[in-house]
Design a protein around this ligand. Structure first.
Ligand code: DQA
Length: 148
């Protein structure tokens, strides 16, 4: 795929997980909308969710081998903890947008720091599941102007 969407821990519970915070859409709903949008643009997009930090690190390494051009990632709670995932992006130099469904800045102080934001192309927070779609629009623009 040219584009990869990564979802971190607990995002497999979307739809039932604190719906007041994260909304009613399931991860399958969100992934389907993203694949459909990419297909309309004629761009191959893969999605992947894991609750395991090392599995996500391995997926980012594999993405470099696959020549994935851009990643959209919601690192979930790893946002606030994972130097390893941050280093995977730094080490592969794959450009990415960081997405959060909720407005992390309106929540607990421990959610205010991200290990990703300063090396991300951009960050989308608090716009719900559509935040992924907005990030995808950006990614589609970006890869269109940067031929391989
Ligand atoms: C989240 C925000 C994180 O703080 C939290 O741990 C999540 C989801 C979001 O999408 O709003 O798992 O990344």
């Amino acid at each position: 795929p040219r584009l990869l969407v990564l979802h971190g821990p607990n995002l497999n519970l979307l739809g039932t997980r604190e719906p007041a915070v994260y909304g009613h859409r399931t991860l399958a709903d969100i992934d389907a909308a993203l694949v459909q949008r990419a297909q309309a643009a004629g761009v191959a997009l893969a999605t992947f969710q894991s609750n395991h930090e090392g599995v996500l690190v391995d997926r980012i390494h594999a993405a470099r081998e696959e020549k994935v051009e851009f990643v959209v990632i919601n690192p979930g709670a790893f946002t606030h903890t994972s130097v390893a995932l941050r280093d995977a992006f730094a080490g592969t130099a794959i450009p990415f947008v960081e997405v959060h469904l909720s407005n992390v800045h309106r929540r607990e102080p421990f959610r205010h720091h991200s290990f990703f934001s300063d090396i991300a192309e951009g960050v989308i927070v608090g716009l719900g599941w559509q935040g992924y779609l907005y990030a995808l629009e950006f990614a589609l623009d970006r890869i269109a102007v940067t031929p391989q």
